[in-house]
Structures are given as C-alpha cells and as structure tokens.
Ligand binder design. Sequence first.
Ligand code: CU
Ligand code: ZN
Length: 370
Amino acid sequence: MKAPRLLNVRAAVCHGVGEPLRLETVQLAPPAADEVLIEIKASGLCHSDYHQMTGVSTPYPFPVILGHEGAGVVAECGAAVETVRPGDHVVPLSIGECGHCRNCRSGKTNLCLEFFAGMQAPPRRFSIDGRPVAAYANNGTFASFIVMKERNVARIRRDVAFDLACTIGCAVATGVGAVLYTARVERNASVAVFGLGGIGLNVVQGARHAGATMIIGIDVNPAREVLARRFGATHFINPQQQSGNVVEHLRALTGGGVDYSFECVGSTQLMFQALECTRAGWGVCTALGVPPDGERLPILPFDLQLGRTLKGSFLGNVKTRSQLPGLLDLYADGELNLADLVTHRLPLERINEGFDLLREGRSVRTVVTF
Ligand code: CU
Ligand code: ZN
C-alpha cells in the first residue's frame, strides 16, 4: 500500500502548558472517502482553547493545534461525500449530525452517537515529521487546512463574512442555543446571565430574541455593562459593587426568583448561585461554563425538591447540520448581533496577542484570519 500524500499546512501549535503558540508547518493526512478538506478562512479564540494552554482543563494531549470556532471553504471532498461540494462555505463542528443514530432521531439532543465514538478514539490527522499532533475538539481550526468527517461539516450561507460566520461554531451556538434549545425560554420570562463574555452575551441576545422581558446581566467587569445592554440586557449587576448577596438581590428584583438562569463562566460557586436565584416551582438553571478539571458541583437537594431544574448542554443543544446554519439566518434578519461580538481581528501570526486580550478581558471575541 502506498503511503498517502501528506499536505503541508500552516498551524499555530501548542507544545505544552504555559507555552505560547508556535507557528509552524505541520502535515495533514488527506481526506478519506467520507471526509472533507476545508481551507480555514477565520477562527475565533475561545476560553476553552485558553484553558488547554494554561492547563486548567486539558482534554487533549500535547502537542495540540487549538481552535474549534472556524469557518472556511470546502477545498476537496472524498469520493463518498454527497452533501457538500468544493467551494461551499462551511463551519466544522466537534459534534456531528449523522441523522440516523438513536440520538439524532430522538429529537431531544444534538449529541449524535458518533460524537462519543470520536471522543473515545480521536482521529490523528496532523503530524510533525511523523510525530502525531492532536486537534482540539477534533477540529484544530488554527491550521490553514483541516480535514473533517462529512457529518461534522455544516454548510452555511455565502453572504456572511467568514470572520463573523465562524462565531456560530462555538459562542453563538452555545449561548443562543442554550436559550432556544436547552432552557427553551419563553416570551415575557425573566432571565439572569452570570458572566458576560462571548457565551454570556449570546445568552443575552438569545433571550431578547425569545422575547424575555427582564434580562439581568451579572459580571465583575464594569465595562461589560454597556455591551450587555447593547445585546439586550435590561439590568446589570456588578457583584463587587453590590452590597449584600447577589441571590437575594435577584430574588428581590424579580419578586421571588428568575424564571431562567445561565452560568457562563465555569465556576461551580456561580453555578450554585445561579441555581439558587431561580424561582421555586419552575426555575430552570442552565450550566454552560467549563469548570477546572475535577471540580464537583455542590448542590442542595432541597433546591431541586422545590421544583427547580438544573440542566446543561454542549453547543447549546443545537443540532449542528440541520439547525446551526439557521443562526446565520437570524443574523441576516437582524435578530442577532455578530458585529459587536467580534471586537478584534488579527492575522494568524499574531494569535498570541489575541490570547493576551482574552486573558485581560479586553476582547469579547478575537478572530484570527488566514
Ligand atoms: Cu469554544
Ligand atoms: Zn447521529
């Protein structure tokens, strides 16, 4: 058997905890019959990438190509690929949608069973001089080209710029999706959002789209108030400037507790508060943030026995091929704001500056372009 021709691609590689990303040439295995080669045009920087860099949460071995919020163009398709063609604009996703497994058919979850198989045995498509290099979320969108299974590729409309379109692959799906497909917020609801970063601001605008009338943003960064209001927040609480307990304050503000709360930081402490601030009887708390590896969530069973629900979701429970592209329709209809989400753009060469902005809380989303 002849060895497959390897493609040389440019990528920002993370070699270990605490190390800056290094731009280098890596080798990429060409697409198999059911796979697609994608030329990445833009990719957002996410806290999960940063957690892998800093060792807070390291689901992938080093060396690893980070990036899981990309958008690009199909460059080449394997022989069996039927639903996308070269030239299509696409977003690659860690969760595929095969469309026929038990989970895909359930109508209840976006977690296609193939996703769990991919976690057990992640594909190793990248290498440097024959040594394997992992790809974050099996994406690795800080590379100029990536290969994905056809079922992990969502075709998107062509009239949205790549540096905005990429955000639906993580931040927008996670935040807006959590409102629409996880919590299912209804009109006139009250909503509390803990943490107003890339995910939290999308929860805010998802809640506005759903018709929530009271949307309370909570963040220790005072600069987030203006932004949050632009995305639809009606109230803002800075816990550091607030005398007394945030939970009590939220209960007072809403006459007993919010209908829906969302934790978007990854703090188990905040998840507990987010659950407690929901209304007894029907309050729903959705945990979205990713806590440090190994942390447990302490909850009082009585909080649940009082009729509260605690939920979570991955990518907002948005089905990645059949529902996710619709998020760009909401943007085109003026229902979602992506322009104010992408606060910084940098060429791939300057990606480390983008992570500095993220660490300092000065960016919402930085997008690197290729
Ligand atoms: Cu992400
Ligand atoms: Zn499936």
